[in-house]
Every structure is written in C-alpha cells, then in structure tokens.
Design a protein around this ligand. Structure first.
Ligand code: GLA
Length: 382
C-alpha cells in the first residue's frame, strides 16, 4: 500500500471503529485515536476502555500492550497503576516488556532449543544462553489488528496477530487473539487468549504488566503485601531456568500463602533469591478445579488501600519484583523507573516446559484451540 493510501485506509478504519455500536444499539463503545507510528511508518492505534466505576484501561495495537490502567484508591482518587511509555518509540526501544502481550513462548527456553515430535527447534537466545519472552521480536513488538467488540455490559477490544511458520524459530502458522474486556459495573479487566496452529507447536501467552498500586512509580513496591495461592515453586539455576523440581515454599522466603510485604525477606541470604536478584520465579498454583478460573494472587498496598486480585486458568504465575529496573527506562510523564518500582505477576505455563516433560504441556496441535483467561480485579480496603 502506498503511504497516502495507507493514511486514507487508517482514517476509514478509525471512522468504522468509532461509529460501531452493539447489536442492541447500546452506546457503549471504546474511544480510538492515533498513538503514533513505528520506525517503519506503521500507524499505531490507542484504544481507551472506560466503565462507570472510575476505571480506565488504555491498550495500543503495538504489542497488544496495556499502556495504562487507572483505578480509584480508598478515597476515590484515581491513578495509573501500571508502568509504560508515552510513545511508540519507547515500546520499540524498550527491553522491559511493560504491559506487552508475550508470545509465542512467555519466559525462558533453555539454550534456545527444544525438541518437538523428535525434531530439534532453535529459537533466538536473547537472555544470556536462553531465549526469553518469544525471542528477538516477540509478540510484544508486533503490530496487531484491533476490533471493537463492546457490549452493553462491557467495553471489549479484540486484537489479532498471525505469526508465520518459522517466525522466531517456532514451527507452525499461529493465529492469535487477545481480548481485553473492561466490565461496566465493576473494576475488572479480563484478558482472554485464543490461538490455533497448522503444525504442532508450543504456546505460552501472558501479559507483562508491571503494577505499582501506589499510583506513584517513584515509590518501590516493597511495602505491597502479596498473597500467592501456591504451596510450591519451581526453583531455578543461575540462568533462571527451572531445575525441574517443584519445591515446597514452607519455611522459605517464597512462602506467600499469608499476606506478606514483598520487602520483608527479599534481601535474605538465599540461593534462589540471589539467582533472581530478588523474586523472579514461577509459583505452582493450587488448583481445586483443573480448568476453571481461580484466585492466584492478591496484592494490597497499605498506603492507597488498593487491592488487586488476579484470577487465572493457568497452572503457574511468575512473580517478578522488578529487579532489572535500574532507572534507565524513562516512562510515562518522564518518570524514570528505578529498582523495584513495579512488580509483574505473569500468569503462565511453567518456564522451559518444552524441555520438562514433567511440567504441564505447552504443546498445541492442529485442530486444538489454545485458551487462557486472566482477570485483574481491583477493589480497595481500609
Ligand atoms: C520476566 C522474567 C524476568 C525478566 C522480566 C523482564 O519476569 O522472568 O527475568 O526478564 O520478565 O525484564
């Protein structure tokens, strides 16, 4: 497409999106605007989802990224509780995965290699000897196509991406959809993932938002109180690859079965904490119902009263305490994101599963449908 034709197409698309109504003619629809262009000149759209309870979520078509998420504190004061950038360039240059949709494989694959159906596949190593978050150009660095699917009871944005056979070394053409749903009547943001393939492949999708419930990213997250509904975690080697063991959290700094401030034990003399430079591990979620949506984590910020509950269908959750943030990333409003000023809770299958037959499988075959759901539920407490 020529540049003028692309611009015309973009304006028509904007018009179509901004005038879409649901079947009942309800006026609930999301707002769309231009977020900027990529270095290659591709237009990136910005979608604003709002509800009647003070919440607002901003998602862009670059990386199907959650750019901002505003929710009230205990006094009704609204603030943005996720880290991110103000420009496309920030996301293109960024190495922290702020708010991005991670794929084809979230977290690490050891040595950038795995065997599937007896064949060895090589994926790019971009984290020491390992492949991290889908490789050099993961799903968080791709431009997605969005459609407004808003209904009377929710504003809904569906984003699609077609990952080609062999992209970043992964077999099979993968069709992916990610849907963000902001409920009208409650401060709940639901993220649904869907994928199909035409060849056997592996898939592990997640969202990489960094939360800071104070709403002020100049503060650390060390006073946030965390609960994880997990009795075990998967210990790692020095390069953060799981050893294959599932270890009891009891009696270790990894026990978050009761609400505990993140900073309480983070600097303890513990080999696993040293490997992660803090918390950067996968917890094995307690499942009463194998396929259902279950409470995985709760985060409470005593200063603002904000509470985040995370529900998921996934078997694991990566709790990362922002140990690689070092102030070099200049985020929204020029804020430099310093050490441990954001925490990620990435719902997922376990890291390096393709190389660990004892872990829940991440294989997807033609004819099967990958589905995963995560809900971010916000409230406040005294
Ligand atoms: C995940 C990984 C971390 C780190 C962050 C992004 O949480 O486990 O080691 O790569 O993503 O910086």
């Amino acid at each position: 497409m020529t540049k003028p034709a692309a611009t015309l197409f973009a304006f028509v698309a904007l018009f179509v999106l901004s005038t879409s109504y649901d079947a009942k003619g309800a006026r609930r629809k999301l707002q769309v605007s231009n977020f900027g262009t990529t270095a290659e000149g591709i237009l990136v759209y910005r979608y604003v989802l709002t509800n009647d309870k003070g919440a607002e979520a901003v998602v862009i078509s670059y990386g199907a990224t959650l750019v901002s998420l505003k929710v009230p504190d205990r006094n009704g004061k609204i603030a943005d509780v996720v880290l991110g950038y103000d420009s496309v360039d920030g996301y293109e240059q960024g190495t922290s995965y702020f708010g991005g949709t991670i794929g084809r494989y979230g977290n690490r694959i050891a040595g950038g290699q795995f065997t599937l159906d007896g064949k060895v596949f090589h994926v790019p190593t971009n984290d020491g000897p390992n492949s991290l978050h889908g490789g050099t150009i993961g799903f968080n660095k791709r431009v997605w196509t969005a459609v407004d699917r808003s209904r009377a009871d929710a504003e809904v944005l569906e984003l699609s991406y077609a990952s080609s056979d062999g992209e970043e070394g992964y077999p099979g053409s993968l069709k992916v959809k990610v849907t963000y749903t902001l409920a009208a009547e409650s401060n709940e943001l639901r993220i649904d993932y869907w994928a199909t393939t035409d060849k056997d492949t592996v898939v592990n999708l997640t969202n990489h938002s960094y939360f800071n419930l104070t709403g002020d990213a100049s503060q650390t997250i060390l006073n946030h109180q965390l609960t994880l509904h997990a009795l075990k975690f998967t210990p790692v080697d020095a390069t953060l690859i799981p050893t294959g063991e599932e270890r009891a959290v009891e009696g270790t700094p990894f026990d978050f079965t009761k609400p505990t401030a993140i900073g309480t034990r983070i600097n303890q003399d513990d080999e696993q904490l040293k490997f992660g430079k803090g918390y950067d591990h996968n917890w094995v979620l307690e499942k009463t119902d194998k396929d259902g949506l279950q409470l995985a984590a709760e985060v409470f910020d005593p200063s603002s009263g904000r509470v985040l509950e995370i529900l998921t269908t996934e078997p694991g959750i990566q709790f990362y305490s922002g140990n690689f943030l070092d102030g070099t990333a200049k985020g929204k409003g020029g804020q430099a994101y310093a050490y441990r000023t954001g925490l990620a809770l990435e719902t997922q299958h376990f890291p390096d599963s393709p190389n660990h037959p004892n872990f829940p499988s991440t294989e997807l075959k033609p004819g099967q449908t990958y589905r995963s759901t995560t809900v971010l539920r916000f409230s406040t407490r005294k």
